[in-house]
Design a protein. Structure first.
Length: 175
């Protein structure tokens, strides 16, 4: 039907139930959260130990505000996992598995989270991550890492946004 023009047919990306068919980096977990709404507003649980989301307890919590178009990252940790709740604004989050012993070594994933899809995300140590505000207003996320911040010896290692290791260009449209 379209033999005379160079079109590419879309492939299935989700099941009929909405479950993604894309492979995910080992250890990156996402829990979609649902607000409970009534005539006064809404409430949403952000983290509960009984969910079994992570085996380590909460020890430290902080909030990050990102300006439109700003990018935070690339960051990697050696000792801690990040547990991030995306709650306000629109975030593009990109992961790159840099763990040589991981079955998903050098796999790249990216997701979009917003108020419409509030989510709790676990990023294991050894996985590079960057967060871009792709909305038009400030965005906010809350991090609940498995270790408190060590001011004298931060467990935070950075790469420039544009680098030779991670095959992702934040300026290129995705999709």
């Amino acid at each position: 039907m379209y033999a005379d023009i160079p079109v590419v047919k879309d492939q299935q990306t989700v099941t009929a139930e909405g479950k993604s068919l894309s492979p995910r980096i080992e250890g990156v977990t996402i829990r979609r959260l649902t607000p409970i709404e009534d005539e006064r507003g809404e409430v949403m649980e952000v983290y509960r130990e009984v969910w079994g989301f992570h085996e380590l307890p909460l020890v430290y919590v902080y909030q990050v505000r990102t300006r439109p178009k700003a990018i935070k990252g690339w960051v990697i940790h050696e000792k801690q996992d990040d547990r991030i709740f995306f709650c306000s604004g629109t975030h593009r989050v990109v992961f790159f598995d840099h763990r040589p012993d991981s079955p998903t070594y050098e796999m790249l994933n990216h997701f979009v989270f917003s108020e419409r899809t509030p989510s709790l995300v676990c990023i294991p140590k050894g996985v590079f991550h960057a967060i871009q505000n792709i909305g038009t207003t400030d965005s906010i996320f809350i991090n609940m890492p498995t270790l408190p911040y060590n001011h004298e010896d931060p467990d935070k290692y950075r790469l420039p946004i544009k680098n030779d290791l991670i095959p992702f260009d934040f300026k290129e449209p995705q999709g």
